[in-house]
Design a protein around this ligand. Structure first.
Ligand SMILES: Cc1cc2nc3c(=O)[nH]c(=O)nc-3n(C[C@H](O)[C@H](O)[C@H](O)COP(=O)(O)OP(=O)(O)OC[C@H]3O[C@@H](n4cnc5c(N)ncnc54)[C@H](O)[C@@H]3O)c2cc1C
Length: 400
């Protein structure tokens, strides 16, 4: 006999776990399945996790609503109050600062492991969620107006709605026959934690230039030592060459790529190279199934928006299914799920298109494009209105 739930969520990463908590808090019964153990052992600073995320205001509000944000040790959070972006091939530079935008900060940097740990603990403390860890879906089939899944452990679950939150390589998306549009960005992102010679000034620094796209993202300082997380997007061959450098040589290249604004002193965790791929599902929903987060879309990390888009999916989907539940309507009805797709798809496509345009514009050395982009950056920097719009969009909130 299959165990019955309102929702079966595959994937207990950031997006799946948040969906589970927010829906269970509204009285829905949830089965949350993940192939992972659900354990996120936390490293000891300064060995900050190499994977970090810049969390927008909207995302933080949702995580607070779930009760997960409050569980994060403030010593593992780094609010950034400024952002400086410049073109290494010209004089173009834009700076944003929270104060002139009447904000406390522009976002918060948090290690992925720290955030996932907080979310998993919140899941475990939330009534209405059954966790199926170290498990995957072996088979899924429609049974009248619901979905039945058989897990690899042979357990059977039945739910009105199956939510695929199983990330970029989503098996659920594939098994359900969703089509995607996808291509390689021709970039690998090298990520690691770096000790730098001076305070980062609570600023996210980003350089576009010959050396690729390089972000220095602030992490909490310890005593008089200062740390940043780097995301360095370069062609795959260049990534291989950078990984082959020893620590001293790598730090020298980093210092050069940052236009010597900082000197990189040491790396505190092993470097990782992550291949970057743009991917977008042509539909996010079908009868009884919805895709959220990276299962629905992945973008270039240059603007640090992937997880924020996933959280925005959750913020659109949850009220729609909660309302359907309260009205006694079917949670899996296509008519209901299409409301979610309408609410999110254009926004996600617009963000993917801007990332592609940015990546193309900033990885060419064609003199005309270089001149145009530098002029564009200077014009944007001179316009308080444009900067306010950009910040509001990145924060996931409306401008004023
Ligand atoms: C270099 C880099 C930097 C980034 N920086 C930022 C940033 O600053 N800000 C930001 O907003 N975003 C950022 N992102 C994007 C962000 O990391 C992702 O968008 C986010 O992690 C997606 O979360 P998710 O829960 O949808 O998927 P995932 O985090 O991939 O979680 C998927 C979950 O599903 C589970 N799973 C997978 N397959 C199965 C299966 N078959 N069965 C069961 N379970 C399964 C996995 O174990 C995992 O727990 C960055 C991405 C990269 C590559």
């Amino acid at each position: 006999m299959a165990r019955e739930y309102d929702l079966i969520i595959i994937g207990a990463g950031m997006v799946g776990a948040l969906t589970a908590v927010l829906t269970a808090k509204k009285g829905l019964t949830v089965a949350l399945v993940d192939k992972h153990s659900g354990q996120y052992p936390l490293s000891v600073p300064p060995a900050y996790d190499a994977r970090v995320s810049a969390i927008s205001t909207l995302s933080k509000t949702l995580l607070e609503e779930a009760g997960a944000w409050q569980r994060i040790d403030p010593n593992r959070l780094a609010p950034y109050k400024n952002m400086v972006v410049w073109d290494g091939l010209g004089a173009g530079e834009i700076d944003f600062d929270a104060m002139t935008q009447h904000r406390h900060d522009l976002g918060q940097l948090v290690e992925n492991a720290v955030l996932c740990d907080a979310l998993m603990k919140t899941v475990q403390d939330t009534r209405g969620i059954d966790l199926y860890l170290n498990d995957t879906v072996a088979e899924q089939r429609y049974v009248s107006d619901s979905i039945e899944v058989t897990l690899a452990s042979d357990r059977q679950l039945q739910g009105a709605l199956l939510i695929a939150a199983d990330g970029a390589q989503s098996k659920t998306r594939e098994q359900s026959g969703f089509d995607t549009v996808e291509w390689d960005y021709g970039h690998h992102a090298i990520v690691t934690t770096v000790q730098i010679d001076q305070p980062h000034q609570d600023t996210a620094w980003q350089a576009f230039g010959e050396e690729g796209i390089l972000a220095f993202l602030p992490l909490p300082s310890i005593a008089d030592k200062h740390y940043v997380s780097i995301v360095w997007s370069v062609a795959p061959r260049e990534a291989e060459a950078l990984l082959a450098l020893d620590e001293t040589q790598f730090c020298q290249r980093l210092t050069y790529a940052m236009n010597r604004r900082f000197t990189a002193l040491a790396i505190t965790v092993p470097r990782l190279a992550i291949p970057l791929r743009q991917r977008h599902a042509k539909q996010y929903v079908q009868e009884n199934i919805a895709l959220v987060g990276d299962a629905a879309h992945t973008i270039h990390p240059l603007a640090g928006q992937g997880a924020n888009l996933g959280f925005a999916d959750v913020s659109a989907l949850v009220p729609i299914i909660v309302k359907a539940h309260q009205r006694g309507e079917s949670l899996g009805a296509l008519k209901t799920l299409r409301r979610y797709q309408r609410a999110r798809m254009l926004d996600n496509i617009a963000m993917a298109a801007s990332m592609e345009a940015f990546k193309r514009a900033f990885t060419t050395q064609h003199p005309l494009v270089v001149q145009l982009r530098n002029t564009g950056m200077s014009l944007c920097n001179a316009s308080a209105y444009m900067k306010r719009q950009l910040v509001a969009h990145a924060a996931g909130i409306h401008s004023y």
